[in-house]
Design a protein around this ligand. Structure first.
Ligand code: NDP
Ligand code: MG
Length: 401
């Protein structure tokens, strides 16, 4: 493996912080070239200093000033690039070999796509890129000659279970594969009485039993919309039809997902719920790198449980399956409507149980446009922003908590 110069998009987030932790364990094999942040400029300055980043990307001039204020003398200030285009340019910068795409939401799409088009090793955490623009993104990977390594723990697990097995041709599933079994913890409300769900608070929804993550994905885990996004992500990554992708609830989050073959053999990947394993796998591939993750003590754990997801409790999972069966436009709509709904829920403007209502309303508003082809980024982003307006309007009119 040649020396890697890494651009971490979304360095100040949960995945970004874990990525820097892994990179700093391997100074002989990789170094940070660029880091990007959005609101946390003090943290970005601290990270840029400790990794000796050559470039940072910030959203606007006010953030640039805050970054400079936070940079207290000493080492030379890194080059500061500003704005959305700078994210795209840095992801495709010729100095960069490897891009960690860990910006949250559809905001991360253009830069992830730029990394794919310019043939980088792309470590994809931003699942929204595949949900909203699966066909565009996979085509960019192929045409750009990029190496795509999934970072979402379930997809890293499936990738590892498929190790050595590659499809006969691009866009075809691996031969002999029967099902992908995507595991889900069930989140904090797996066994909460259904009638209590209308009153749950953002803090309760963000208190994930096993994983420590950003707030948006934590809410998505509570509603299981996250698992729905992951089913769509798996469909694009592994070219597997929707009817061969199943979700199974596994509250301990030790098995990160499984692959079942037609001979009945089931391969599983196990590990602690720590994203550094998937990140180290992506950074090191095809070699294994130390990640700082400790031993898996199965004897102490004692048992692993499984159950089928209850679609009455988790309507967002049903909506995601329906969107995938329906069209790409429905997937774009699902994702955009959910981003608004979760944002409003975190801002205590709508109730937890209104999240699926917002999504369903936006999906219903699609009408005949569901069949429109979305083969360019602009078309995806147009539908994305149109859906956001519909969702915002619905939230404004909905009775509050
Ligand atoms: P966080 O909310 O912790 O971090 C998001 C990052 O994106 C931060 O660096 C943030 O900057 C930046 N950001 C936010 N909005 C914008 C914007 N409009 N433009 C540019 N940058 C922006 O999220 P996570 O790290 O939890 O998740 C990142 C991605 O990884 C998501 O797509 C998520 O679905 C995926 N993922 C995360 C997992 C996890 O364990 N956390 C597991 C699997 C997938 P700042 O903080 O400075 O505002
Ligand atoms: Mg996941």
């Amino acid at each position: 493996m040649s020396f890697q110069h890494v651009c971490v998009l979304g360095a100040t987030g949960s995945i970004g912080v874990s990525t820097l932790d892994v990179i700093q364990r391997h100074p002989d094999r990789m170094a940070v070239y660029a880091l990007t942040g959005f609101s946390r400029m003090e943290l970005l300055a601290e990270q840029a200093r400790s990794c000796a980043a050559q470039v940072v990307v910030v959203p606007d001039m006010a953030a640039r000033q805050r970054f400079l204020t936070a940079w207290q003398g000493g080492a030379a200030v890194p080059e500061i690039r500003v704005g959305e285009q700078a994210l795209v340019d840095t992801a495709s910068d010729p100095q960069v070999t490897t891009v960690m795409a860990a910006i949250i939401g559809a905001a991360g799409l253009p830069s992830a796509l730029a990394a794919a088009r310019s043939g980088k090793r792309v470590l994809l955490a931003n699942k929204e890129a595949l949900v909203a623009a699966g066909s565009v993104f996979m085509k960019a990977v192929q045409q750009g000659g990029a190496q795509l390594l999934p970072i979402d723990s379930e997809h890293s697990a499936i990738y590892q279970c498929l190790a050595g097995e590659s499809p006969a041709e691009p866009g075809k599933a691996v031969a002999g594969l029967r099902r992908l079994l995507v595991t889900a913890s069930g989140g904090p409300f797996r066994s909460r009485p259904l009638e209590d769900l209308a009153a749950v608070t953002p803090a309760q929804a963000c208190a994930h039993p096993n994983w420590s993550m950003g707030r948006k994905i934590s809410v998505d885990s509570a509603t299981m919309l996250n698992k729905g996004l992951e089913v769509i992500e798996a469909h694009w990554l592994f070219s597997v039809p929707v009817q061969q992708i199943e979700v199974v609830i596994h509250p301990q989050s030790v098995i990160h997902s499984m692959v079942e073959y037609i001979d009945g053999s089931v391969m599983a990947q196990l590990g602690q719920p720590d994203m550094r394993t998937a990140i180290a796998y992506g950074l090191g591939f095809p070699e294994r790198l130390a990640s700082g993750v400790g031993l898996l003590d199965l004897a102490t754990m004692g048992r692993l449980d499984f159950e089928a997801p209850d679609l009455l409790r988790f309507p967002c999972l049903r909506l995601a399956y329906e969107a995938l069966r329906s069209s790409q436009a429905a997937c774009v709509t699902l994702n955009a409507a959910n981003e608004i709904a979760v944002d409003r829920f975190l801002g205590e403007q709508i109730r937890y149980t209104q999240i699926p209502e917002v999504i369903e309303h936006c999906l219903d508003s699609l009408n005949g446009r569901a069949s429109q082809t979305l083969d360019a980024l602009d078309a995806v982003l147009d539908l994305d922003s149109e859906t956001r307006s519909i969702a915002l309007d619905y939230c404004r009119r909905a009775p509050g908590p």
